[in-house]
Structure formats: C-alpha cells, structure tokens
Design a protein around this ligand. Sequence first.
Ligand code: HEM
Ligand code: SF4
Length: 496
Amino acid sequence: MNKVEAMKSVKDGLEVLRDIPEYAAAGWESIPEGERDRLKWAGVFFRRQTPGRFMMRVRMSNGFSNADQFRVLADISDDYGKCFGDLTTRQQMQLREFGIDEVPDIWERLHRVGLVSLQTGMDNIRTVVGCPVAGLTPNELVDASPVAREFTGMFVGNREYTNLPRKFNVAITGCLDNCIHTSNQDVALTPAIKEISGSELTGFNVAVGGKMGSGGYTANTSLDIFVSPEEAAEICGHIALAFRDHGSREARNKVRLAFLIADWGAERFRAEIESRAGRPLLRAGKDAGKPGQTDHIGAFPQSTPGFNYVGLCVPVGRITSDQMRQVAALADAYGDGAIRITTGQNLIIPNVPDACLPALEAEPILETFSHHPTEAMRGTVSCTGIDYCHYSLIETKERAVETAQALEQMGVQTGKISLFWSGCANGCANHALADIGLVGKRVRVDGQILEAVDVYRRSKSVVAGKPPAPVMTNVPCGELPSVLGQMLSEENGEIC
Ligand code: HEM
Ligand code: SF4
C-alpha cells in the first residue's frame, strides 16, 4: 500500500473538517506532519515555501463567479493574505498566505456567498471545468453548465467520492469552439449530435482516461457513449465510482484512470458503466465541435441580441484585491454582476448591453486587463512557480510576463500562440498542449547555477504513443526571449 493509501485508510479525508478547529486553536505547529496532506480535502494547502502560511483553493464550477464573491475574496486577501489571488487553469481562485487560525472565519465568509474549498486537492474530483461563456455564446450546442453544477452537487461533501485512487479531472462542455482542453481530462464530455429514428438528439460524447502527469500526456479514449444532458451527471458519477472501485492503488504514478483504461480497454469499461447505470447506453454521436480553438478574449455578441460578453486578459492570472474589487464594480455597473473565469487564467464580464460597451471598453482597468492584448500575452499561462511551490525550479509568473513583453518589444510576429510555463516537470500548466511549452529546470553554466527551461513545441513534441519530447533543452531563462524570437522568426507562418 502506498503512503497516501495508508494515510487514507486511517480515516476519510473529510474527517479533517473536525480537526481544523483544533488546529486553528492550537496553531499550525500542532498539525502532525502526516496530516498535512489531509488538509487538502478541505482545500487548505500547507506550503513548504511559507511554513505556517497556507493556500486555499476555492472551487468555482465551470468558472462561474460573481461580483459579491470577488469582493469577499478581495476582503479575505486583504485581511488575512497578501492582497492578491491567483486565477488557475481549472477556473478557480487560489488565496494565499493566511494562518490556520483564520480558516474558520474565511470559510464563514466564503459560505455566505456560496463558495467552498472542499475536495480541491489530493484524491478528489477537482473543479469541473467547462466553457466560461456557457449559456451566453451563440456557438454552443448545449449549455453544459447546469450539468457541471449538478455533478458538483453530487460529489462535494459526499464521502462516496472522497477516496479515489488519485486526482480526477472532469471537463463538461457544449462549446463548439474548443475553448478548454478536453483530451487530457480523466472524463471529458464534448458536444455531440445523435440521430435516432430521423430525429436529432443533442448531448455529449464521453471520453475517459486522459492525463498530463504520471508519465506524461495521454489523450483520453472514446467510450463510444452518447449521453443526454439529463443523464450526463449520473454517468460521470458512475465513471468516478468505477475508478474508485477498480483503479489500482499501488504506485502513485501508475494509478490515474488512464492506467485502468489501458488495462481494461474501452469496451470492458463501457460495460462496467452500463452495468452501474442499469441500462444500455447509446453509442457515440457525431462530434459537433468545429475545428480551431478560441479563448473568448475580446468583446463578442451573445446569443441574446443586444448583449455582449467581454473577455479580459489577466496576465498569468495574478489579480490583486484592488483589481478584484474593480472587476466586481465593472460586472455590477455594466453587466448583471456575473463574472466568469477561463482556463487561460483570464476573466469574462457577461451580459453587457450594446449601449454600455463603449463605456466599459474605456474603463482604466482595461489598460491592465486588456480585451485586446498582444498575442504573446494573451496566450501566456503560468503555474505558481518557486514563490509558493517547493517543486518549482524557477520563478515562473514574472518571467512569463517579461518574456511575453520582450517578444512584443522585439517585434516578433508570434501570430496566435499559446505559451505555457510550468516550474517543474510535473507540468501543472499543461506545457505539452501549448504551441510553446516551457518547463523549468536548473543548469550549471561556467560554474554558475542558472534558471533555465526545456522548450516543447506542440507540433513537434507530441507524437502519438510517445511521451512529449522537448525541441530545445537547457535554455537559460535570460536568453529565452531571443531564443524564442529566433525560433519563431525562422518558423514564421508555421504557427496557427
Ligand atoms: C505529481 C505531479 C504533480 C504535483 C506534485 C503537483 C503539485 C501541485 C502543487 C503543489 C500545486 C499548487 C501550487 C501552488 O499554487 O501553491 C499545483 C497546482 C496545480 N496543478 Fe499540479 N501537480 C502535479 C501534476 C499536475 C498535473 C499533471 C496537472 C494537469 C495538467 C496539474 C494541474 C494543476 C493545476 C491546474 C494547478 C493549479 C490549481 C488548480 O487549478 O487546481 N498538476 N500542483
Ligand atoms: S508545475 Fe511544478 S512548479 Fe508548477 S505548480 Fe506544478 S508542481 Fe509546482
């Protein structure tokens, strides 16, 4: 039994909710070292870089938030943290640097505005991602956000789902413009049309067993199942529980759902899901997704005539508490208070009437959070990096912004491009799925240790059946803008 399984066998992860008031009263040093990981069931993360100052991951299904929530997150960051938060690639917010004694009050404030941090780490179903303009964009087959919410409601706080063999990532989307990465998710529901006796049903095709870590990127496998929106959450539940009951619990790097799918094959897994559902399920429908990808940055008309959503680029997802309040004020003044978070660590203000659009576009905050960012900044995503993550070998967020700015200043024609930075090979920023993926490392040059990266190029790095391979290794971060500038200039025209 691996270490984590041994820890889980003592008591369920959610039992930590009973321990937290005690830890809060007695101070962080009272938390036994072996119990630190259990805090992640509560969404509270011990950070080795800042002992005693914790991180909290706040769940926002489908990236849906609102002005009241942003104001509360801003107040918490001011009162207990360092006056900022991080938007993540799973469409949620991470709060930083608070004490364990402050957790009860933070939770109370979060609960008042409908937010929870439960089960956002370790062997749980992480925040369900989806199209951030679900229900707004004319380019969707179905509004999948109710399914994301329904499924989330099934597993949050439910101990049936709190002892999976490993983390479990779910994406549910009806967007035809491929605005989220679905191939690397343990479960992906993507828009599909099923023809039955001459009539067309709209719903989702189901794929399972994608992953990024644990040996690298594996694209998920079609289960050859079509589900209607009404049965979609139920089927996601059966898949998670099949993983719970049949997934390996041996070596931690070989237990993601991908390994069970590789072992069983899609057919046997489908039979298991049908047996849990107690009925045969329809075979996959016609994939409805269009070619290409989008990030929803910019101003776009919604399906309701006269209304628009405005996608704002938040460089590397870092947002100060003042900026959170400014965004909340924008959402209240020009929209209906709704705020959405994208998987590119950016924000969307929905429901802006045509008449209000020019005034919104003239707001000073849009100089920082632009809706017309440069291509390099628009495509830049970064993991936390060395400031808060002890795995990191480099500083990521500042370097990512500086590199994007340097490419702009050098006049490099990047074209539409994604630049994803991971501080280490764990690859939390999905480097293998980027046009250019950067993975931090340290190199010795002339006796000096320098921060450096390996460079991945999606078009050349990802070969089916093989782990992604870098196209350049050991590039010192200081040289990166010129190295990337040269690479892109040489390739000019090749990027799409
Ligand atoms: C064993 C491998 C991994 C380890 C040890 C690991 C560890 C971590 C840690 C410590 C953080 C939080 C850092 C902070 O902000 O303070 C983090 C964040 C994150 N990681 Fe990983 N990670 C691993 C693999 C992955 C993989 C393969 C993915 C998928 C691409 C991933 C996705 C994320 C995301 C999206 C976040 C931001 C928070 C969130 O939205 O959930 N991680 N990871
Ligand atoms: S990629 Fe590495 S450095 Fe970045 S958050 Fe993940 S574990 Fe930390």
